[in-house]
Write a protein that binds this ligand. Structure first.
Ligand SMILES: O=P(O)(O)O[C@@H]1C[C@H](O)[C@@H](CO)O1
Ligand code: GUN
Length: 324
């Protein structure tokens, strides 16, 4: 892939015609450049990923610039119902936001986690320092009810444990160390802030552990029991690969799950879950999730991703697209 022809930068049309390899650093730079051509000088500081049915979170951005995935080289189309295939750039409470209105689930793309986490790398290249990630999830914890929010304290990344990591193919040091520490992946000070915000706006907010399975099938009662036994509180099919990549890049993370269904633990009970039900619950709960995110954004402090140093020269590596 060549991002430049001689000294001339490629046009958007030329960038759109490139065949992008999500595991190649310069291809990621080309993707970021194509977005830059459409957002001009806008430099996002906070990234938001909207879970199933949670696009109203992104729809509240002011002065929004919408970039459809069809205008981003290498981006798939995000076809799961409840996900809009576009990035939204705009302001919320005076902060500059880049919002994914629709994410890429590994089960949609042949378990290609490098591809599915590419948007987080692009966020990083565009300057995002803090990520707010959300998802729709089934409850394992019996104290949870439909429509509740659960702040994610930690994650169990089942595909990651099984060798499907978003980092195995992409080891370029520009994206950080491949031996990523997943301790405090969900930033403790941000969790403290989220709990304070929830209290201030009178919102019930649980805290717990999110487990990601590969999907797209929902879990059998025995599988829900397995996850309960290992200490998980909510289960879904996303998020963990994105958070792993965010941490690799040094982005700090806060995340929450919207409880859309209650995981069934009883094999004799035919309580089924459907994606329509997930979207219905998300629809009625999106209001309070939206309010929560707005207040959280308002109270977020400034943060700067620690610079990555070249291992040999100890010099700061170029990171953001505006530096290229
Ligand atoms: O994007 P999220 O994780 O919110 O989507 C969840 C997991 C599946 O894609 C789908 C199942 O209903 O919703
Ligand atoms: N894996 C999984 N993902 C979900 N997303 C929303 N509900 C569920 C669920 O029960 N299981």
């Amino acid at each position: 892939m060549v991002a430049e022809k001689g000294t001339e930068p490629l046009t958007l049309q030329e960038l759109l015609e490139l065949k992008i390899d999500a595991s190649n650093f310069m291809d990621n730079v080309a993707v970021a450049k194509a977005i830059k051509l459409q957002i001009g000088e806008f430099k996002p500081e906070i990234g938001i990923i909207c879970g199933s049915g949670l696009t109203p979170i992104g729809e509240q951005l002011e002065k929004a610039i919408i970039v459809p995935y069809s205008q981003i080289p290498g981006f798939p189309r995000a076809e799961v119902p409840g996900h809009t295939a576009a990035l939204a750039f705009g302001e919320l409470e005076g902060k500059k936001i880049m919002c994914m209105l629709g994410r890429f689930h590994p089960y949609e793309y042949n378990m290609d986690l490098t591809l599915c986490s590419m948007p987080v790398r692009i966020m990083h290249l565009l300057g995002v320092q803090t990520l707010i990630v959300s998802n729709a999830a089934g409850a394992i914890n019996r104290n949870f009810e439909f429509g509740d929010l659960m702040l994610i304290k930690d994650q169990i990344f089942l595909p990651g444990l099984a060798g499907y990591s978003p980092i195995v193919k992409l080891k370029d040091p520009h994206f950080g160390n491949c031996f990523v520490s997943m301790h405090s992946a969900y930033d403790k000070s941000l969790r403290t802030l989220a709990k304070k915000v929830a209290k201030d706006i009178d919102l019930k907010l649980h805290e717990g552990i999110y487990v990601m399975s590969g999907g797209p099938q929902y879990e059998s009662p025995a599988e829900v029991m397995l996850y309960k036994t290992v200490g998980a509180d909510a289960l879904g099919m996303s998020t963990c690969h994105e958070v792993t990549v965010a941490r690799q890049c040094g982005i700090r993370v806060v995340g929450f799950s919207l409880i859309t269904n209650i995981g069934n633990l009883d094999a004799d009970n035919a309580a089924e879950v459907t994606h329509d039900e997930v979207l219905d619950v998300a629809k009625f709960a999106a209001n309070h999730a939206t309010k929560f995110v707005r207040q959280l954004v308002k109270e977020l402090d400034d943060y700067t991703v620690p610079p990555l140093l070249d291992k040999k020269t100890k010099e700061r590596m170029p990171m953001y697209v505006h530096e290229f």
